[in-house]
Design a protein around this ligand. Structure first.
Ligand SMILES: *[C@@H]1O[C@H](CO)[C@@H](O)[C@H](O)[C@H]1NC(C)=O
Ligand SMILES: *[C@@H]1O[C@H](CO)[C@@H](O)[C@H](O)[C@H]1NC(C)=O
Ligand SMILES: *[C@@H]1O[C@H](CO)[C@@H](O)[C@H](O)[C@H]1NC(C)=O
Length: 374
């Protein structure tokens, strides 16, 4: 059984990895677009704001709010399955579904399992498919995150998502199919406790965690996946190898740190200490001077901190999907153009519109999906 799982998951994810190795825009020269007046704040209104009441029992928290997104979620799940089927044939998806049901029943923390039950009830989607969706993003996020402080001491935290690049190219719409599907289910959430918004997050309907978030008046956070998914760890996890360990998924951890930490420093410590299923990069911003850091994580340890230090000219931190001390894959180098573009912008021009333009530039963004500002 274990070998079977290994072969299945390895096939699926290595094919996705291979797909990622040839992003369509990667062949074009980088183009920095600062100063082009691209930013239209009105576009932000397209993403709906919903409220998650953390005082409700887990089954009820997402039921009402995610219910209306059932069709969009199904489209995303079908796209993931279609890719799996194209790549491997018909045998893989039933196996994955079986494993995901098992993960939900035996391995997920019970509050998350119950939250998934509520979403399944409201949308008619299966628990297995929703569990797959929750784990899937863990291994497939390609993006750029920036925290920058301008000369007035204002801090901006922004990120984009390049998910779509992994998926089906829609020639007519000149876009990736999953990107289109994901746009429809992108939501902003207000997480409420005792009737008060304690943090905000952006995610995809159906997901329990967040992609990026802000703890009110304290810190902002985004997380980028490493380019190499840790498939071995997923298999180890599914086969009971982490029994007894409090293991964290990145997007769920991002929500947890919002619930638990009450300052930039506490958040930094939380994100440095947890044991994770996969290595990743946390990009953390704070409200105070020089509060900006990239935490480079493997499963158990912090490998590096890249800190903001405006006094020595480091007025921003920028992270893609490669370790800061490693050369990015040459066809997917979003870091070098991203840094050049930030320099072209200059510290005094850091603003929502300035950073939007950096994130809209080739090849910081392989394909413009959406960007998030709070
Ligand atoms: C995990 O360990 C506990 C006690 O050590 C055991 O009862 C349980 O069956 C184990 N679960 C799995 C999935 O191996
Ligand atoms: C994670 O990093 C620590 C510290 O460098 C190292 O000891 C450990 O082996 C690493 N874990 C993996 C799985 O690479
Ligand atoms: C930055 O701002 C200055 C004025 O403060 C302006 O002259 C310049 O064109 C701006 N540069 C960019 C790249 O937006």
């Amino acid at each position: 059984m274990q070998l079977f799982i290994t072969v299945g998951l390895t096939t699926l994810f290595s094919c996705l990895l291979f797909a990622d190795a040839t992003p369509p825009e990667g062949i074009y020269a980088p183009k920095c677009r600062v100063g082009e007046g691209l930013y239209d704040p009105a576009q932000a209104a397209v993403v709906p704001w919903l409220t998650v009441d953390l005082d409700l029992p887990p089954e009820q928290r997402y039921r009402e709010i995610y219910g209306p997104f059932g069709a969009g979620m199904k489209e995303v799940i079908d796209t993931i399955k279609m890719m799996g089927t194209i790549v491997t044939g018909d045998w893989l998806i039933p196996l994955i579904e079986h494993l995901m049901q098992y993960a939900h029943d035996e391995l997920f923390p019970s509050k998350y399992a119950k939250e998934i039950d509520g979403i399944a009830e409201a949308t008619g989607l299966s628990v297995a498919d929703l569990s797959m969706m929750n784990i899937y993003y863990e291994l497939s996020r390609f993006c750029t995150s920036i925290v920058a402080e301008n000369t007035n001491g204002q801090v901006f935290h922004a990120r984009n998502l390049d998910f779509g690049q992994l998926f089906v190219w829609d020639i007519e719409k000149k876009s990736w199919h999953l990107t289109e599907a994901l746009k429809k289910i992108t939501v902003n959430l207000n997480f409420v406790k005792d009737g008060k918004v304690i943090f905000k997050g952006t995610t995809f309907a159906g997901h329990l965690g967040i992609i990026t978030g802000m703890k009110m008046d304290q810190f902002t956070l985004s997380m980028n996946a490493k380019v190499k998914p840790d498939i071995g760890n997923v298999i180890k996890w599914l086969t009971g190898g982490y029994n007894g360990t409090d293991i964290h998924f990145g997007m769920w951890a991002e929500r947890e740190v919002m619930e638990k930490a009450n300052s930039f420093q506490e958040a930094k410590e939380f994100l440095s200490d947890i044991v994770q299923l996969a290595g990743c990069y946390y990009i953390l911003g704070g409200k105070n001077h020089n509060e900006g850091v990239i935490i480079v994580r493997n499963e158990t340890d912090v490998l590096d901190y890249v800190e903001m230090n405006t006094e020595s000219g480091k007025w921003y931190v920028l992270q893609t999907n490669y370790d800061p001390d490693q050369e990015p894959l040459f066809i997917d180098d979003r870091r070098t153009p991203g840094n050049k573009c930030m320099m072209a912008l200059g510290q005094s021009n850091v603003s929502a519109s300035g950073i939007y333009e950096v994130l809209s530039s080739k090849t910081t963004l392989n394909k413009v999906c959406f960007r998030i500002f709070y």
